[in-house]
Design a protein around this ligand. Structure first.
Ligand code: FES
Length: 122
């Protein structure tokens, strides 16, 4: 499944937006370095809407949420109880094996397009 999400100009760097890819709620993120990512908009804990959460860039040597950050990754924090996810992989910071479904997101002809990667499910 492939779908246009929005015009590229509608998602500036450092922002995220909620969208639907078919029946699935997703969060599309453009990180401060301009990369695009998509994850399921449903926290692994109790289903909180991650699109209502906070996107932050971890800085080497500083604390990011409850974790000492070393990689400079971009972290999406659930607004309900604080689960934190690496937006690049969908993995929780506390357990790399617990991962959100991720989606391929790219810019095409001035539009942001999301696509399932073949494993997606709501
Ligand atoms: S629902 Fe996201 S941390 Fe609880």
């Amino acid at each position: 499944m492939r779908q246009v999400i929005c015009n590229a100009a509608d998602l500036p760097a450092g922002e995220m937006l909620a969208a639907n890819l078919g029946p699935m709620p997703i969060v599309v993120v453009r990180t401060e370095d301009g990369q695009l990512y998509g994850v399921l908009d449903k926290c692994l804990h109790m289903g909180g809407r991650l699109s209502k959460g906070r996107l932050q860039r971890a800085v080497d040597g500083r604390e990011c949420g409850e974790y000492h950050e070393e990689s400079g990754r971009f972290v999406l924090k659930c607004p309900w109880h604080g689960y934190e996810y690496d937006v690049r992989t969908g993995a929780t910071l506390f357990d790399e094996s617990r991962r959100l479904t991720t989606f391929a997101v790219r810019e095409e002809n001035g539009q942001i397009v999301a696509e399932t990667n073949g494993r997606a499910s709501a």
